[in-house]
Design a protein around this ligand. Sequence first.
Ligand code: ATP
Length: 282
Amino acid sequence: MKIKAPAKINLTLDILGKLPNDYHELTTVYQAVDLYDELDLAENGAGDIKITSNSKQIPLDKNNIVYKAVELIRQRHSIKKGVDIHIEKNIPVAAGLAGGSTDGAATLKALNEMWELRLTDEMLREYAAELGMDVPFLMSGGTALGMRRGEKVRSLKNNLSLQIIIVTPEIAISTKEAYGSLDLAQVGQESEKTKRMIATLTDGNLTDVIDNLHNDFEKSIIPQHPVIGEIKGKMLELGAEGSLMSGSGPSVFGVWGNEEEAQGAAAELGKKYKQTFFVRTV
Ligand code: ATP
């Protein structure tokens, strides 16, 4: 069985504070885009879980989120069957694009069909939340509001098809570093914009979408990683209506209103930044 797993960007991201379990509480408008990892699953007659990939940057053992997804389903349903999974990675790793989470979500969906488990949506959502914070959103993709740690999601109407360029600079920002850098007195102040973003996506108004783009991680991450600010500036120079860091970085996306201009900008950005992707919202 073959399945495509889309990347996500965050059109807004507010850190609201800390939950009693010490995790940060957030609200975010998630958007799936047509940059995909491709997973190929086949029965493994020996009952093993075997993972292969074109990428040298991801673990192929039990630390891979795909492996964790298989184990979770095998344990909960006392399944002895094995599976070979090849992950064709096109989404940059540890980039703020949820490349791991989307592979996990795709694995849950694929196994549900392949092993004819007939799991309810609610059960699948529960397993997804156990695997990671962005996994529940990636089970259905599209546009959605993420709440708490991102595990609680509500689908949103989006009447706009956006033309987006994503640039992933070749620097690493761990999730730990990103959360550790936050000044909690300085966050959550733009959450009104998230409310406006939700309304404006339904109206299909590009100008309002641009006005309400925001990400609480930018304030603390950009000063430490100036290349992110540099890419944002370059995107605006090349005609982007707006530009923002995705998730906890380092990927940056720009939104273009004009397709021809966007194509020209993608070619220009691609000369300087190897990981440049021209995508659309899905
Ligand atoms: P997020 O936006 O959710 O923070 P991310 O894009 O920053 O996600 P991922 O690409 O999901 O980060 O990778 C995070 C870590 O998970 C990496 O260090 C990687 O080694 C590990 N990992 C485990 N399985 C996978 C997988 N299938 N694909 C990518 N990374 C994986």
